[in-house]
Design a binder for this molecule. Structure first.
Ligand code: HEM
Length: 133
């Protein structure tokens, strides 16, 4: 957490680029085979999708502004309107992300940071629901 005593970003504190790459790699390793999420994603651009999520998360937690540079302002809700995100899909997204985070040891992502990252994901997933179950 950024504090006056420790002006380090969460991004740096959890290991920067490599850690965010691991988070999204573990997530996307499960998506293509997922019955709910799999069909929603661009079947010919898994690598691109993985990169975009990594850029976003890294930027959100204080890393390089690559997402803004390459994709523009996040506007996540608008970017998800074209996908059928109901509560079930949001819960599944979180489940796969949870699996991925759980594979990363506590030394790399200490509990405080893990909690903050998770809370943000839960909030974002809830905000992206755009249709009833
Ligand atoms: C709630 C369930 C969710 C579903 C079903 C979902 C689905 C998708 C799909 C199908 C894409 C297109 C993949 C691509 O081409 O980039 C996408 C993109 C993206 N999603 Fe999600 N998503 C969900 C939650 C989230 C959450 C919680 C976040 C952030 C914490 C997030 C961040 C992003 C970002 C940054 C992109 C790339 C946008 C772009 O560059 O245009 N998504 N999502």
């Amino acid at each position: 957490m950024t504090t006056p005593e420790n002006p380090q970003s969460v991004y740096e504190a959890v290991g920067g680029e490599e850690t965010f790459a691991r988070i999204v790699r573990g997530f996307y390793a499960q998506v293509p085979e997922d019955d709910i999420l799999g069909p929603m994603y661009p079947q010919d651009d898994w690598e691109g999708a993985e990169q975009r999520l990594k850029w976003f998360l890294a930027q959100y937690w204080g890393g390089p502004q690559t997402f803004n540079e390459r994709r523009g302002a996040p506007m996540l809700r608008r970017r998800h309107i074209e996908f059928p995100v109901n509560r079930e899909a949001a819960l599944r997204w979180l489940e796969l992300m949870r699996n991925s985070l759980d594979q990363i040891d506590e030394e790399t992502i200490p509990p405080t940071y893990r909690h903050a990252i998770w809370e943000h994901m839960e909030r974002a997933a809830a905000m992206l629901i755009n249709q009833p179950d």
